[in-house]
Write a protein of this length. Structure first.
Length: 104
């Protein structure tokens, strides 16, 4: 029976010891876009910023989930995806992606 190796960092979310620069970059970008989308969604006049950053954060996070390699990446990507989705949907409810720019 195969025994798991002890985790040197002691964290449940530790990496596998290999570098994952693309996955880590996507994780950070998704988290930043999620925070921007969530915070700007609280202001009605910033619906363009919240909806666009939320949409890009959702797409970035979805691709990051597709290629993620460790639990830490998946965990933080889900948090960023959730914040991006909330910001996106609130931004859409307040005026949308093109509200006030096209058709008004």
């Amino acid at each position: 029976m195969a025994q798991s190796q002890p985790n040197p960092t002691g964290s449940l979310l530790a990496t596998d010891g290999k570098p994952h620069p693309l996955q880590d970059t996507l994780m950070v970008v998704t988290l930043v876009l999620g925070v921007v989308a969530f915070v700007t969604a609280q202001f009605h006049n910033l619906h363009l910023l919240s909806s666009w950053s939320g949409l890009i954060g959702i797409l970035t996070g979805a691709y990051g989930q597709f290629i993620s390699a460790t639990t830490r990446e998946r965990f933080l990507l889900v948090i960023g995806l959730g914040a991006s989705a909330v910001g996106f949907f609130l931004g859409m409810a307040q005026g949308g992606l093109f509200g006030g720019l096209i058709g008004y």
